[in-house]
Design a binder for this molecule. Structure first.
Ligand code: B12
Ligand code: SF4
Ligand code: SF4
Length: 351
């Protein structure tokens, strides 16, 4: 029988993760994350969590690492940069994709973490990899692993690198020395409060999801009318509270991602209205789409068209009219709003 390989050291794990482009690795103890559990309960009670499920589905589990891996001792946390070069905006119809959603960075991260988890298991340990999973509050794990500090915009900022990073973890029974948490780096800055187009940052580190465009784009149902103009040309995600963040803007460039270009930065919102369900899911399947129902992508595209369409663009106006005349009453209402909005702009009537 072949002897078990030794448990990899944290330095060996760092080297393995680096080969996948992961620049930041830290270790947190696998003890319950009580602050996060309390925050989940508070956000629910105050309404700031809206009807989000994710880590709220089972807060006890998402804040108890040993609920996912019995006997866990350590959480190895990794951060992968998703920053890529901006491109010149195309002329004509366009909708904007937030930085993290332009390529499948989570799959790169998961592949790397699973490979480390496999090595730990071969050495006789239990180990499970998580990235953007309902089973673990990623930012709290990363904060405890000394990866960064909690910005007032709620994102985890990495010293010398900013917040354009996705986060993932391996919960394991292997024992590693925990890293030291990082000190606050925001100081007296408050730029993200003014930079948020909807006032969704209600206190340092606290987001009211009912006002956060990133959530409203993901949520099913009617998009709140009073938030539609603020959506602008965003089709998925919102980066404004990071785009105004000095450490992120200044330091992010140093950690440019080499990930595949994926979807790119801009898409044609009118094309999204004419694509079939299957085409939409094939093209944008890496996004969180409520109930995997592509009509919510169409809803978002309609609002973008309402905010951006030139009043002389008869092709777009005809497409919106077809939605108004169609069977889907929810989409028809959004399309009517869009047509009214385009007409209002043409007449230069203030909002
Ligand atoms: C639900 C969710 C959302 C929701 C709610 C966001 C939120 N703030 O909770 C919505 C849809 C709005 C969203 C948006 C985005 N998300 Co998101 N999201 C998640 C998810 C699935 C769960 C987050 C969660 O559990 N929140 C619970 C609440 C309680 O946590 P919290 O707001 O972070 O609260 C902490 C702070 O308040 C802090 N705290 C306590 N006291 C104090 C005091 C001070 C002064 C401060 C500053 C902080 C602080 O402790 C609390 C508990 O940890 C995670 C993945 C995961 N499994 O963890 C990704 C995740 C958080 N999202 C991520 C990303 C990239 C985004 C977006 C940037 C995407 C985009 N461009 O549109 C935006 C950013 C919006 C924002 N400003 O937060 C990344 C964040 C990476 C990073 N560097 O921080 C994660 C970790 C996914 C991943 N694995 O990479 N997201
Ligand atoms: S993601 Fe956009 S809407 Fe949400 S808090 Fe940040 S700036 Fe505001
Ligand atoms: S904009 Fe300023 S306050 Fe907001 S997260 Fe960045 S450094 Fe912190």
């Amino acid at each position: 029988m072949r002897a078990k390989p030794p448990v990899p050291t944290i330095d060996e794990i760092r080297v393995e993760l680096e080969a996948h482009g992961i620049t930041h690795v830290g270790v947190a103890p696998a003890t319950p994350m009580l602050r996060a559990r309390e925050a989940l309960a508070e956000r629910k009670a105050s309404g700031f969590a809206d009807n989000m499920s994710f880590t709220w589905r089972n807060p006890e589990r998402s804040t108890t690492p040993t609920a996912s891996v019995a006997g866990a001792q350590s959480i190895i946390v990794a951060a992968l940069s998703y920053l890529a070069d901006d491109v010149t905006p195309p002329t004509g119809r366009r909708a904007h994709i937030a930085r993290y959603a332009r390529a499948d960075h989570y799959s790169i991260l998961r592949t790397a973490l699973r490979s480390v988890a496999r090595n730990l298991k071969m050495a006789g340990e239990r180990a499970v990899a998580f990235a953007d999973d309902n089973a673990l509050v990623d930012r709290e794990a990363a904060y405890r692993a000394g990866i960064g500090w909690f910005g007032k915009n709620a994102n985890l900022l990495l010293p010398g690198a900013g917040s354009y990073f996705v986060l993932g973890s391996i919960i394991t029974t292997a024992m590693y020395e925990p890293s030291q948490p990082v000190d606050d780096g925001c100081g007296s800055c408050t730029r993200c409060f003014d930079g948020c187009p909807t006032g969704a940052i209600v206190a340092p580190g606290v987001i009211d999801a009912r006002r956060c465009l990133a959530w409203l784009l993901q949520k099913s149902g009617t998009f709140p009318t009073e938030m539609r103009a603020a959506l602008g040309d965003r089709i998925y995600g919102c980066d404004d509270c990071q785009e105004v963040c000095p450490p992120t803007v200044r330091l992010g460039r140093r950690t440019m991602s080499t990930a595949a270009p994926g979807l790119g930065e801009w898409v044609d919102p009118l094309a999204m209205l004419t694509m079939s369900d299957d085409e939409l899911l094939d093209t944008y399947g890496l996004w969180y789409i409520a109930e995997r129902d592509p009509r919510w992508l169409r809803r978002n595209a309609i609002i973008v068209l309402g905010n951006t369409t030139d009043p002389d663009d008869s092709e777009a106006l005809d497409a919106l009219q077809r939605v108004i005349d169609g069977k889907d009453v929810v989409l028809a209402e959004h399309a009517q709003w869009a047509v009214d909005e385009i007409a209002r702009r043409a007449l230069q009537v203030p909002q």
